[in-house]
Design a protein around this ligand. Structure first.
Ligand SMILES: C[S@@+](CC[C@H](N)C(=O)[O-])C[C@H]1O[C@@H](n2cnc3c(N)ncnc32)[C@H](O)[C@@H]1O
Ligand code: SF4
Length: 458
């Protein structure tokens, strides 16, 4: 696929990533602990009934300069211990608010670096979850790991504790790139870690990469992707480097080393897309690739793909999300609630027996409708007004009005070959997928508001 230069120039503007709708920088501080409790109790009556648990472990031993994640640089064992105790207490506090007949279908450990914890600490939290909750027959239990802090014994114990999806943050195989961004280099070759995970039978491997970092060229990044393909991961994610130095000060270090411009990034994306397609992977959204037999690929074929803060997902596996740990975001059918940012404040509030909700958002029925339209376009690249309206229990006309559907404003996308549309449906073309954030933004009535910071589309 060739992406015309003039479209890149035109659409490289700041737009939300739409990992949620409304985006997280719309959350308000009027949504605190009391409203979180109400929201959780109400969520028992909403669909989906299954429960996803998100555990946020913020600690990282070393700061990668590009990092846009909610992390806390610390090797302080006593802080880690107090944090693990707080998460356990938070789990015990939430449990009684949930309908006991609901089952856990998914657990996701993110960070930061969950494997910065001692394996015994991970095991203790998993044991508590098994004790407190009923699980579905085949839950997905996933963990994000930095391979620099993994060894084979740690992996084996994760597997024994029930983990069956392992995401390894590779970013790039080039040591020069990793050194420049101050990222530790794995002591055990990634190939060995992946081979070990594959001995576990049902376990899945995801690999994460970033393009747009210093010293990366389209050729070098293609080489990294070729190496990744040889490891035959179940899923591979290539994030476009999100540069927001005004919010993430360490990213300024990378400007000195020189970061790739949009043209080079587009080439890296094009190469990745081609290599992954040739290797038989299905493109999921813009940045994920999955084996053809993967549940994400099947969900895309059936137009049943979803998306949340943890990435693409299916409704079979992913339920309403209840988050633990600092900065964790609960994603319930009707609301979002984010825990407090500072680790210290998180520990203090939990010690007082309080949830730490710092901000959140209660969605109106109109916003749920906008969310549905944006999700369908971002995930399934398709929208039938009639089907979407039926899902939401409103008329197609009401839905069109809610998202301020204005066919005249879509003419450019259509003339540029990005979108096909009629009165009954919208289809994002393969080329249009590259600009899907821009297309989605045209259905977002909130975007008229100013003062929000988003990274550029490319
Ligand atoms: C929480 S991290 C993964 C776990 C672990 N901390 C690690 O680094 O391997 C999640 C992923 O976000 C991606 N990421 C981090 N900062 C980013 C940025 N500024 N732009 C795009 N992707 C980014 C990286 O690919 C990283 O693997
Ligand atoms: S990329 Fe991962 S390991 Fe590096 S600072 Fe961010 S969260 Fe920590």
């Amino acid at each position: 696929m060739n992406i015309p230069e003039k479209l890149i120039q035109k659409y490289n503007v700041a737009v939300p990533r739409y990992t949620s709708y409304p985006p997280a920088n719309f959350f308000t501080e009027t949504f605190g602990e009391a409203r979180f409790r109400e929201a959780v109790i109400r969520s028992n009556h909403d669909q989906p009934q299954n429960i996803s648990l998100y555990l946020h472990i913020p600690f990282c031993p070393q700061l990668c300069y590009y990092c846009g994640c909610n992390m806390h640089i610390s090797r302080d064992k006593s802080l880690h211990r107090r944090y693990v105790e707080a998460i356990q207490q938070e789990i015990r506090m939430l449990r009684p608010l949930l309908d006991p007949s609901r089952k856990v279908s998914q657990v996701h450990w993110g960070g930061g670096t969950p494997n910065a914890l001692e394996i015994e600490q991970v095991e203790a939290i998993m044991q508590l979850l098994y004790h407190e909750f009923d699980f579905t027959a085949q839950p997905e239990i996933a963990i994000e790991c930095n391979p620099a802090y993994l060894d084979l014994a740690y992996l084996d114990r994760l597997h024994a504790a029930g983990f069956n999806r392992f995401s390894l943050g590779i970013q790039d195989f080039s040591e020069q790139v990793l050194q420049t961004v101050n990222r530790a280099i794995p002591g055990i070759p990634v190939a060995e870690l992946v081979a070990r995970i594959k001995t576990y039978g049902q376990a899945k491997v995801n690999l994460d990469f970033i393009y747009g970092l210093p010293h990366q060229t389209p050729e070098s990044f293609a080489h990294t992707i070729e190496q990744a393909i040889r490891l035959a991961p179940d899923r591979l994610v290539t994030f476009s480097y999100a540069h927001i130095p005004q919010l993430k000060k360490a990213q300024q270090q990378l400007e000195k080393a020189g970061i790739a411009g949009p043209e080079a990034k587009v080439k890296m994306f094009e190469n990745t897309y081609r290599l992954m397609s040739e290797a038989g992977y299905t493109a999921i959204g813009l940045d994920h690739f999955a084996r053809q037999d993967d549940e994400l690929s099947l969900a895309l074929t059936n137009r049943k793909l979803h998306r949340n803060f943890q990435g693409y997902c299916t409704r079979e596996t992913t339920g309403q999300v209840y988050a633990f740990g600092n900065t964790g975001i609960s994603q319930l059918e009707n609301s979002y609630a984010q825990n407090v940012r500072e680790v210290k404040t998180y520990l203090e509030r939990i010690a007082q027996g309080k949830f730490t909700t710092e901000k959140g958002y209660l969605l109106s029925p109109q916003e749920r409708a906008v969310r549905h339209v944006i999700n369908e376009l971002m995930c399934n690249h398709y929208l039938s007004w009639a089907e979407a309206a039926a899902t939401l229990g409103i008329s197609a006309e009401e839905l069109r009005q809610t998202v301020r559907y204005a066919p005249a404003e879509l003419e450019d996308f259509s003339a540029e070959g990005l979108l096909l549309f009629s009165d009954s449906e919208l289809t994002v073309t393969p080329l249009g997928r590259f600009f899907v954030r821009n297309i989605a933004a045209s259905f977002d009535p909130n975007l008229q508001q100013t003062g929000k910071t988003f990274s550029k589309a490319l």
